[in-house]
Design a protein around this ligand. Structure first.
Ligand SMILES: [Zn+2]
Length: 597
């Protein structure tokens, strides 16, 4: 398979592949874009056509075309391989292990699709689903929407689904692996986790049914059951990556360049049905990094329509912090005290919802205002309470201009001075030292000679790799490259020196996997400052001289220790030998320092 990977790599151009997802702009030698992985507004995502690699200088993500596809599409290596094989017209020879995993995932998705079809049939066309259908339509959901979302109903008695699905010939183990079924020890049979529930298929952004959520009906005989349940984590369902409705909403999100984020299924479905197509549900109040990264592909603006007191909710606050650190614009669609959730607002007053959507406010304004409403700022206690909720959030705003604006606003709102707000903010900074890694003034970092040589050797290699013909230059500088002391740099030097007719890309491809990322880094680093070849040579000379100086100084230290030792032992012979070397070393160092070499 390695050969095939190579074959594909030769046939596809990383620029074309990445361009399909992220528009690249060529500037100088490289192509640039805003990073699709961490979210930013000035491009630090860099792609090298020469080496067929990418690197983001903002978040550090780097790799080749396979890594890109895996990370971007959230697929595994095999899937990336298949996609690139298709693109490049290479027919893959199958490997049995990977094939097994793949076909298992496909099988689970297929079973889920059959189950969804069954549930949907029961809801729409079977007497067992009559009450459920009445409940859904009473909630204002149309038949068309039921079909779009493939909503269903799971009959109280599990045997209907079991019979249906077993007739299709699936193995019990596979059915259990979908997470939809359990195997009961007591009545020796399969049971359906969602029985008696209205079911919503959970689809990944590619449209695969990876799991279900189920809502109990108000008419349930067992009212103590949890209102909603979800599939457990399986090979294909990962809660942290689920955004309900994304498969249907993603195009609209891209077009509108914003996404409305709500908590639950009905809160997503009602607005969607009323024309707000750029909407997803979190299935909770907090974002995961995975969910934000998924959304970042389509937009940089979040419009939160979450529970109105989410500012007081710890998990939700963490989400806002996380989204802000990924440079999302975060707005709030405020339903006020009028409606408890978007579903209710849409059904009661669509115009109100539309209006509130249009005037969605920045999240920081919303947080300040929501606190001002519940605390009396004419009292000291009230002011303190407002500050204790608002400041910990404001101090984490990534953009310092925005941050200072909100400090000003807050000062105005509570009739205080900006200075005292800053003073107060310090308290919260200190209570969270991980965010402030500044080294106190006057503390010097002591550099060991090893770390100095390491830096110099890195610089030397960077200078070589950035040259017009790095391979030829390496040959010229063989003497210095042979002297490198850091083993990973030695490895790179060895490959640079190996053959005279290799290109940089061929060298990269032949490097051991664990060294590749380092080489890629050095390469991009080398491209940052363009210097002419004369200046480059002089920089190289400086670096090599400095390396030599350190090596000589280290040697002098060792020798002087030996001298002390031999003196105390009165070992005249050894002493003489060491002293000779000491003087020679000193002479060399002196020559270097006066630049005679
Ligand atoms: Zn990045």
């Amino acid at each position: 398979m390695d050969n095939q990977v190579e074959e594909i790599k030769q046939k596809v151009n990383i620029i074309d592949v990445i361009n399909r997802y992220v528009p690249l702009k060529k500037r100088g030698r490289h192509h640039f874009a805003c990073c699709p992985f961490h979210g930013e507004k000035t491009p630090s995502f860099t792609v090298s056509e020469e080496l067929q690699i990418f690197k983001c200088f903002g978040c550090g993500k780097a790799g080749d075309v396979f890594t890109f596809l895996q990370e971007y599409e959230r697929i595994d290596f095999r899937e990336a391989l298949e996609e690139l094989a298709k693109l490049s017209g290479v027919t893959l020879i199958k490997s049995s292990l990977i094939d097994h995993q793949e076909s298992k995932k496909k099988l689970l998705i297929e079973i889920n699709s059959q189950v969804a079809k069954f549930y949907n049939y029961i809801l729409l066309s079977h007497s067992l689903g009559k009450d459920a259908l009445e409940y859904v339509t009473n909630r204002g959901i149309t038949l068309e929407t039921i079909k779009t979302f493939n909503i269903g109903f799971s009959p109280e008695d599990s045997k209907y689904l079991s019979n249906f699905i077993l007739k299709k010939g699936y193995k019990i183990d596979d059915l259990i692996d979908t997470g939809t079924f359990g195997n009961s020890r007591f009545n020796s049979g399969l049971y359906d986790r969602f029985n008696g529930r209205l079911t919503f298929p959970l689809l990944d952004y590619r449209g695969h049914i990876v799991g279900f959520s189920g809502r109990i009906l108000p008419t349930s005989k067992n009212p103590n059951l949890a209102k909603y349940i979800n599939s457990p984590e399986t090979e294909i369902y990962h809660k942290s990556q689920m955004l309900f409705g994304l498969n249907l909403a993603k195009e609209a999100i891209r077009q509108e360049n914003s996404v409305i984020v709500v908590e639950g299924e009905f809160d997503m479905i009602s607005p969607f049905q009323s024309g707000f197509k750029n909407i997803v549900a979190l299935k909770g109040t907090a974002f995961t990094q995975d969910q934000l990264q998924l959304l970042r592909r389509y937009t940089d603006t979040l419009i939160l329509a979450l529970d109105s007191d989410f500012a007081g909710n710890n998990a939700a606050r963490k989400s806002i912090e996380l989204a802000d650190s990924m440079e999302f614009d975060i707005k709030v669609l405020n339903l006020g005290d009028k409606y408890k959730d978007p579903d209710e607002a849409i059904k009661s007053d669509l115009e109100f919802f539309k209006f509130q959507f249009k005037k969605a406010t920045d999240v920081w304004d919303f947080i300040i205002q929501s606190q001002l409403k519940i605390h009396d700022i004419n009292t000291i206690k009230g002011k303190k309470e407002v500050l204790s909720v608002v400041l910990p959030l404001l101090i984490k705003i990534k953009n310092s201009v925005v941050k200072s604006d909100y400090f000003k606003k807050l000062a105005n709102e509570i009739n205080s001075s900006e200075e005292s707000i800053y003073e107060e903010a310090k308290k919260y900074q200190n209570s969270n030292p991980t965010n402030f890694k500044l080294i106190p003034k006057g503390v010097e970092i002591i550099e060991t000679s090893e770390s100095k040589t390491e830096k110099l050797e890195e610089l030397l290699l960077t200078l070589i790799i950035g040259a017009k013909d790095p391979v030829k230059l390496s040959q010229k500088l063989k003497k210095y490259l042979d002297q490198l002391t850091v083993s990973r740099f030695k490895t790179i030097a060895k490959y640079l020196l190996e053959k005279e007719d290799l290109t940089l890309r061929q060298i990269l491809d032949s490097l051991p996997a664990e060294i590749k990322p380092l080489f890629e880094n050095l390469y991009f680093e080398s491209q940052k400052n363009q210097i002419d070849s004369v200046a480059r040579l002089s920089e190289i000379k400086k670096a090599t001289n400095n390396i030599n100086k350190i090596l000589l100084k280290d040697r002098l230290n060792q020798l002087s220790n030996q001298i002390t030792k031999f003196e105390s032992e009165e070992n005249e012979e050894a002493l003489k030998e060491v002293e000779t070397e000491y003087n020679q070393t000193l002479e060399k160092l002196h020559q270097l320092q006066t630049n005679k070499i």
